[in-house]
Design a protein around this ligand. Sequence first.
Ligand code: FE2
Length: 219
Amino acid sequence: MCDLSDAHSHRHFGFLVDTPEIRALIDETARLTASIADVAARVEALRPAFGRLLASENWLPENCAKPDEASRMGGGIGQYALYRAEDGSLCLFSLVVPAGASTPVHDHLAWGLVGIYRGRQDETVYRRLDDGRDPSHADLEVAKRQELGPGEFYTLLPPTDDIHYVRTISDTPSISIHLLANDTACIWRHRFEPSTGAVTPFRSGYANAPCPDQPASAT
Ligand SMILES: [Fe+2]
């Protein structure tokens, strides 16, 4: 399920980790997506179900909660798919950031909810000052910083607050849980270098599942 060496023996879409807690959140997301057209209202309505998953114990397998030494993001950061809609409309994943490590500055390009399951993170959110017309350049300034601990989460409604990075400030790896309305690790997103304004294409990849145009062995 969360071990790439098992990639040939497990499914790559649907419930890669099949527990009642994960099914409850995905079912509720489907129900609210069908019944609430307004995305802002939908993510607000999803808060209770997302908070319940973060508050639950024993649903995240240990091998989806460990650093990934082969990480494409560097720093041992592990991104593990827990649920992926085959049409690319939704995913749930864990992100494991070792103590002291930081993600690149990146975007997500989808609505969703993000919260802390274990450890603590310091999040820095950027505001884009340019009009976004140049795909290779972005003028960014820090919009806010916040610390997040277990059970704390936020909603994401791009383009607002969609560019950020997180750093683990606990002595143990932080594990954050992401419910996002795309196949986050497989779409081409953006990596930003705020000091120079450079923007580069970025695809993080899952540690435990290939992207649709990749063979399993190349993940
Ligand atoms: Fe992120």
